[in-house]
Structures are given as C-alpha cells and as structure tokens.
Design a protein around this ligand. Structure first.
Ligand code: UDX
Length: 447
C-alpha cells in the first residue's frame, strides 16, 4: 500500500530523478514525466540515464515494486493523479549569463492547463534553480492564467531548492543538512513540511520556512559562497607559487581548523566546473545587474576561475618550452570524481589550449571517455588505463582527483613517460615523495 498523496516530478535530470527515486524508495507512488522519450524508456526499464552511485539499485527496485512510473510528456496525467508536483526542469544559461526560463515557462503553462480541470487542492513545487522573483513573477502568473484559478485559494505554490552534489546526489537526497521551503501560502508550506518530516523521519533536518524569493536566493547564495571559497583558496595558491617553500595545502588545513572558516571547499586546484557553480554564479551576477547592483566580488571569483585551468598549460610550457609535437598525458576528464559529467570541466579549456599549441593529447578517465568523445572526437587519443596514458608522454597533467590516481607512485610516471614531468592540478600527491623522483609541479606549491 503506497503512502498518500501520490507525487509527480516534471523533468528527470539529476535532481528530478534523484527526487523521484528518493520518494519512491520511501513508499510514495511517483510519476516522473519528461519530454525525452529515450530517457523515460530507460527509466521504465530500471536503468538511470546517467551514472550516479546508489541510484541504479533503488531505481530498479522502485520500478519492480511499481512505485515509480515514467511518463513521456504527460503533465496532465501527472497532475490529475497526484497531490504534489515537483518541477525539476533545466534552467540553462543564455549567452549573456542570464538564466533561460523556457523550460520552466513551458512546465508552468502545462501544469496550469491541467489545474484548470482539477478539483482537489494541488501543490506545485519549484525545485529547479531559478533567479529570485521567478516563482512569484513568472510561474505564478502562468499557473493562474492557464488554470483560471487563484494561487493560495485553489492551488498552492512552493519553492524548494536542492543542494545535491553530483556523484553523491542520491545520498544527498536521502540525507540533507537542511530543507528550505519557500511558500506562497501557509497551507502549501505546511503540507510540504509534513511530507519532508515523513521523508526524513526519524532524523529530521532543520527546516527553514520562508518566502519564495528568499528560498530562491538561498540556493544562489550557497553556491556563490562555495564558488568564492574555491576562488579564494586558488588566489592564495597563486600567491604561494611565487614564494619558495609556501604550500597552499598546509595553509588550507590550518585555516580550516578555524571553525569560522571550516575545512570544506578549500581544496586549491584547477578551479570549479560542473553544471551548477559556473552557471549559478553567472546567473546571480546577471540578476543583481538587472536590479542595478554590480557584484564585484562574484565577478572576481569568476575571473579567477577562468584563468585557473590554463595555469596547467603555462606550467607545461615553462618546462617543455614549446608544446608543438609534444605528447601530453591527461589524467581525468570528468569535472570531478564519481561522475561521467564533463559540463564546464576544467579539462576542456586545458585540452583545447594544448591542441591549439600543437600538442598531441592522450587522456584517461575511469568513466568519462564517452562524454569526452562527444566533445573532442578524434582530436585526442583515449587510453584505457592510467599507465597506458602515461606511455611515452613528455608531460602529465592530473585534472581530476579520482581515487585510483591517488594510488600512483613516482615510479609509475618515471618508468612509463618519456620525460617524467608531472603537473598535479588537484594536489593529490605528496610533494616530498614525488619531488625526489621526478619533476613535480603542483598548484599552490612554491618552487
Ligand atoms: C554543487 C554544489 O555542491 C551543490 O550543493 C549544488 O546543488 C550543485 O553544485 P556539484 O557541482 O555536483 O555540486 O559539485 P561539487 O562537489 O560542489 O564541486 C563543484 C566543483 O568545484 C568541482 O569542479 C570541484 O572539483 C570543485 N571544487 C570543489 C574545488 O575546486 N575545490 C573544492 O574545495 C571543492
């Protein structure tokens, strides 16, 4: 017997599918609707359309128990059959960095149309990351216009941002530091709060109740803070590189022990990538600008991040003088470990620059080879192991801190490479051990 009410999710990317499977695994009946029929066909067979640890097993179980049902673009059914609808469609960036709301608008219109002939109180929950004001000023008017009903009286509206990290998105869905519920009307907020109390029982996280726009801004402020923290430590890393004996890794460890600072997101490296930080920082800058405020701090965080990956190429050039005809081994293609996602991966500008300078690139990643092929095709070579990648290379650049790379020893580099030059872009190797055996250059390490 499933729990009530039934729940629908519109848009099954990382956020939508993890939410859908999370709810289904807790005994709710969930309809997951998406415009992509191939995605839905996979989901209905119990296969996630992307790699995410722990998701496959729970998805397969939910499909087997009939707790989850994928629908191809059937918003009407999703609304009529359920009491809550999560909107988790994509919110990509426009060329000027501002957010593109076309999928949100289309979802809101379809939900509004379905609400027109629904009698029960239905709650729409915006989970997609949207700039402050969107739920109130874009979603709400579309719902009211299409349904010819009144928000707060005939149906409810909430904004409930997600804080999932790729690679642990499903675990993050099941365990969160906090739940943020922005609501237009108290009744909707109360009902959503009850749903989360049941979902997380017995370990209920802090639940913050607020307005729609504060909820929207909490998501951007959190991501902008983390992105700024990364650009901050990368700035310290850049300073360290000018000072013999200075090491950003030790500095970050010591800083992190100060409770006011905290140790997380202080790993210096080639900068932040992924589907959220770059896009969200840009969108917040553009949103603030539209309100007449210049976010200088965020612009600087972005600027630091833009230059950070190319430092790896500069290091290589400094050692090899000319990159033309040189063989460069790249360890890591995914934007971070435990994912095959390469959106805004820092390795992309690195490889493009290496190719532009005439280098021959061979890359290895435990899971992201196919994603990389869609970007680079035959412009680079793909190795099937780290050691194969290193064979005959003039220089190696480590760009993703996959656990299997941490096991590599200096001899793996010196025995396989033509000239053993290693650029550690993620600070995973011990400088003392590596500096003795090969030319070892690392982000934030004064030479
Ligand atoms: C992020 C947020 O953490 C999550 O809350 C939000 O909802 C979506 O965006 P994600 O993009 O999956 O999640 O990855 P995250 O682990 O946050 O890393 C983002 C990028 O920052 C990666 O490229 C990573 O390599 C980089 N990073 C992270 C650093 O360079 N240094 C750090 O200390 C931490």
């Amino acid at each position: 017997m499933n729990k009530e009410p039934k729940i629908s999710v519109i848009g099954v990317g990382y956020v939508g599918l993890c939410t859908a499977v999370g709810l289904a695994s807790k005994g709710y009946h969930v309809y997951a609707s998406d415009i992509d029929s191939e995605k839905i066909a996979k989901i209905n067979k119990g296969i996630p359309p992307f790699f995410e640890p722990g998701l496959q097993e729970k998805l397969a179980e939910s499909i087997k128990k009939s707790n989850l049902e994928g629908l191809v673009n059937q918003t009407d059914k999703a609304i009529q059959q359920t009491g809550f609808t999560y909107v988790a469609v994509g919110t990509p960036s426009k060329p000027d960095g501002s957010i593109d709301l076309k999928y949100i608008k289309s979802a809101a219109k379809n939900i509004g149309k379905a609400l027109k002939h629904k009698n029960n109180y239905h709650i729409t929950i915006i989970k997609s990351t949207v700039v402050p004001g969107t739920t109130q000023n874009v979603v709400l008017p579309l719902l009211e216009r299409e349904s010819k009903k009144t928000c707060g009286k005939d149906f409810g509206l909430c904004m409930n941002p997600e804080f999932l990290r790729q690679g642990s998105a499903f675990q993050d869905t099941l365990n969160t530091d906090r739940v943020v519920i922005g609501s237009y009307d108290k009744k909707s907020g109360d009902k959503l709060e009850d749903l989360y109390k049941d979902f997380y029982s017995p370990r209920i996280p802090p639940i913050i109740r607020t307005t729609l726009s504060t909820a929207e801004l909490i998501k951007y402020a959190s991501n902008a803070m983390l992105a700024t923290k990364i650009s901050f430590i990368n700035t310290i890393a850049n300073i360290c590189e000018q000072i013999p004996g200075a090491d950003v890794k030790v500095i970050a460890q010591a800083m992190g022990l100060d409770k006011r600072i905290g140790s997380l997101f202080l790993d210096a490296g080639l900068g932040y990538g992924g589907s959220c930080f770059p896009k969200d920082v840009k969108a917040l800058i553009a949103c603030a600008k539209a309100f007449g405020y210049d976010s200088k701090l965020l612009e600087s965080a972005e600027e630091v991040n833009k230059h950070q990956p190319l430092k790896a190429v500069q290091f290589a050039k400094k050692e090899l003088k000319n990159l033309n005809g040189k063989k460069i081994a790249i360890l890591g293609l995914a934007f971070k470990p435990d994912t095959d996602d390469m959106r805004e991966a820092r390795v992309i500008p690195i490889i493009n620059q290496l190719i532009a300078e005439g280098a021959s690139v061979t890359a290895y990643d435990p899971v992201a080879k196919q994603t990389a092929y869609a970007i680079f095709q035959d412009k680079i070579q793909y190795a099937s192991s780290a050691l194969e990648c290193l064979k005959g290379a003039d220089c190696c650049i480590l760009t993703t801190e996959w656990p299997e790379f941490t096991k590599l020893k200096p001899a793996n580099f010196s025995d396989n490479m033509k000239t053993p030059i290693l650029i550690d872009g993620r600070r995973i190797f011990n400088p003392e051990e590596f500096q003795k055996k090969l030319k070892f250059i690392a982000i934030g390490l004064g030479q």
